[in-house]
Design a protein around this ligand. Structure first.
Ligand code: C2E
Ligand code: CA
Ligand code: CA
Length: 676
């Protein structure tokens, strides 16, 4: 260094000139006074072509020359000045040089001129410009990108973020700069993402993608599809990390809504059947662990169908919604409430251990549903039947629900509006019913059903005017069995529909074979009437056996008509118009006898046995008066009257006196009905 300082301007000048690849020139004022011969090789000029001309001759017309003024000051103060220059060759082509100007001062300190050394840096500048250009392009792309982009340093501190990113995170870019990106864009699966990120930093991968979640200041969560890539230096060091996030919030919410729809009952907003079953399973697992038990209460809304039928489905839905709300309020945190079936709700009660626990919840439910509902301006009074069961250590969700369901059926069978808790008696009754049901199925296939007939007698002349068909089961073990022991199970299981078809078929066969005189009455239960295919099936059977429809009578109880879920009036009218008789069975025991007689195409009534059984010539009972009144009602409506269960001659006598024209009973013929 010391020696360099001692070099004179001339010496330096010579040294530079000797360096063949560089160009050196000296000016006087602004004109070239001398220039190194290397200029010829580099730029094509001969030195003598340039000497005496302004140094600016060498500079491209594209170069901004304003630097000359600013540099002059420093040169006058004896300072060196360096500058990048776009230099023009003789042929007009242009190259980048870096120039260093050194002032030459006169003895009095005034600026004589300067010596300039120039080195070709064209390639370097080109590379730099290209880089600048691509960076510029990248920046433009990033700034305008719809996708959210943040550039971070290797530590993950935000250096820059585009508008989409500030929108996505709902923060100003000034708030983002310097922040740890991981605090802003968290990974959905942090453990896996950590591994990916480590690989990225270590260089074993260039990028990775993952699902992200970002909690905004207001608590809203934005979901994203995040991709992180590394920009490395030539030596492989991570210089920048580029975070790009595609906003997936809407898609994620849409997906969540879909799963919600699959788990929520749309009418009531309560968990649906599979969901509540799942929760019950989880509750059982949790509870069994500490040795506890779980109660399940099934709540069936009594006669809900009537609401649907009379007020319409929308009113029915509104009612169900209200029931759901009341149930939830009634049980609060004590139980999970779900919708179990069309008119059934299920309550899962963790910790319920005994009958009292269940009864407590049941009475809360009863109280909640006990006051009137108002739907579309109509007051509705509801009752509910409830079945409950408690889990045992080896219960599954399915068995507890099944038990509660058995208990609910029992509650309904026992007259509704009450609670039944599943117990061992019920369990064995249910098992028995199940056994009967499977035997009934076998009986249908094995034609074990037979039809017996009881004659209908004209009380005036004691002649047979018709018959009632009564089903019998030739049980393989128990022998001939009456309907009392199996009709209930057949109705509950729906098997009565097929049994009824077999009975009607046999009746038609017997009529067609001329085995019976007069009309034949066939009993029809509510379950059969509720089957939309019932009428078709009856018509097909009648037609295929070419039976005169006037030979047939359908017997229905009032309760059967009241509890069917269809409007049976049309079906009955079709049969009536063909000549089929329609009789009301067990007349006098139902609730709405008169309106039923008026509204349906009824042709006859069958006085219930209970009225007949108490008829005694010695006494005048209330039944006596009723039997009399019912006869007058029937005859005033132009209907046939048949008294049932006549066992003693005086009963026949009294009935005849009252005006009952026809009768059935053990008195006429053998004690029991007989096959055709
Ligand atoms: P129901 O329609 O009231 O039939 C009269 C029942 O009283 C018959 O019982 C009959 O055997 C019995 N009975 C007849 N005369 C006398 C008598 O003088 N004294 C007494 N104490 N009883 C008498 P059964 O055959 O056991 O039938 C019971 C019930 O089963 C029937 O009551 C009917 O509701 C139902 N049922 C019978 N057959 C069928 C059928 O094919 N389909 C359907 N759905 N139900 C049937
Ligand atoms: Ca009957
Ligand atoms: Ca009867």
């Amino acid at each position: 260094m010391a020696t360099k300082k001692q070099l004179s301007a001339e010496e330096r000048f010579r040294l530079l000139a000797e360096n063949s690849s560089d160009i050196v020139y000296q000016t006087s004022g602004l004109d070239i006074e001398w220039i190194s011969p290397s200029v010829t090789r580099a730029l094509g000029w001969l030195p003598e072509e340039l000497i005496g001309r302004p140094a600016a001759t060498l500079v491209s017309s594209h170069q901004d020359l304003s630097f000359v003024e600013t540099n002059r000051d420093r040169l006058e103060h004896g300072q060196d000045v360096s500058q990048e220059l776009l230099i023009r060759s003789k042929d007009g082509s242009e190259q980048w040089y870096s120039g260093v100007a050194h002032p030459l001062l006169e003895a009095d300190g005034t600026l004589h001129g300067f010596v300039v050394g120039m080195r070709n840096i064209h390639n370097k500048v080109q590379t730099r410009l290209r880089l600048q250009e691509s960076e510029e392009k990248f920046r433009t792309a990033m700034v305008n990108a719809a996708i959210a982009v943040a550039i971070c340093n290797a530590e993950g501190r935000v250096v820059d973020a585009n508008a989409a990113m500030t929108d996505f995170l709902a923060r100003e870019s000034s708030q983002l700069r310097g922040q740890n990106i991981a605090d802003l864009i968290g990974a959905e699966d942090p453990r896996h993402t950590d591994t990916l990120h480590r690989d990225l930093l270590a260089g074993s991968r260039d990028s990775y993608r993952t699902r992200s979640r970002s909690a905004l200041a207001d608590g809203f969560v934005r979901h994203g599809d995040l991709s992180v890539s590394a920009v490395r230096s030539t030596t492989g060091e991570v210089q920048w990390l580029v975070y790009q996030v595609l906003d997936m919030t809407e898609q994620v919410h849409a997906r969540e809504r879909l799963t919600e729809l699959a788990t929520i009952d749309t009418v009531t907003g309560l968990p649906n059947r599979p969901t509540i079953a799942q929760r019950l399973a989880e509750t059982i697992t949790d509870t069994v662990r500490w040795g506890g038990s779980v109660g399940v209460l099934l709540v069936g809304i009594d006669r809900f169908r009537t609401v649907n039928d009379t007020l319409g489905h929308q009113a029915g839905d509104a009612l169900l919604r209200e029931i759901g709300i009341r149930l939830r309020q009634a049980v609060g945190q004590r139980a999970d409430v779900g919708r179990y079936g069309s008119d059934e709700f299920v309550l899962v009660i963790p910790g319920a251990a005994n009958h009292d626990d269940l009864a407590g919840t049941a009475s809360a439910v009863r109280a909640a549903l006990g006051h009137d509902f108002e739907v579309r301006g109509r007051r509705i009074v509801l009752t509910s039947s409830m079945g409950a069961a408690i889990s045992t250590p080896d219960s599954t969700a399915a068995t507890v629900i099944e038990h509660a369901s058995v208990a609910l059926s029992e509650a309904k069978r026992a007259g509704r509006a009450q609670l039944q808790v599943f117990d061992e008696v019920m369990a064995s009754a249910a098992a028995f019913r199940l056994k009967v049901e499977s035997e009934l199925r076998a009986a249908l296939d094995g034609s074990e059903f037979a039809v017996y007939y009881q004659p209908v007698i004209d009380l005036g002349n004691r002649g047979i005017v018709g018959h009632e068909a009564l089903v019998r089961w030739q049980h393989p073990v128990d022998g001939l069995t009456g309907p009392a022991s199996f009709i209930g199970v057949a109705e509950d299981s729906g098997l009565i529909v097929q049994i009824g078809q077999q009975v009607l078929r046999q009746v038609c066969v017997d009529i067609a074979a001329n085995a019976l005189t007069g009309t034949v009455a066939v009993n029809t239960s509510a379950v059969e009437l509720s089957d939309p295919a019932w009428l078709d099936s009856v018509l097909t059977t009648i037609h295929s056996h070419r039976v005169d429809p006037t030979r047939l009578v359908i017997e229905l109880t009032e309760t059967a008509v009241m509890t069917t879920n269809r409007d049976v009036k049309t079906d009955l009218s079709v049969l009536r118009n063909l000549g089929v008789g329609i009789h009301v069975d067990d007349f006098g025991t139902g609730f709405s006898s008169v309106s039923l007689l008026r509204d349906l195409p009824i042709t006859g009534v069958k006085l219930d046995q209970s009225f007949v059984a108490v008829l005694d010539s010695g006494r005048q009972s209330a039944e006596h008066a009723l039997a009399h009144g019912l006869m007058q009602l029937a005859s005033s409506l132009g209907m046939t009257g048949i008294a049932e269960g006549v066992e003693r001659p005086e009963q026949a006598e009294i009935l005849h006196t009252m005006g009952w024209p026809l009768a059935q009973g053990y008195l006429f013929g053998r004690r029991e009905p007989l096959p055709a």
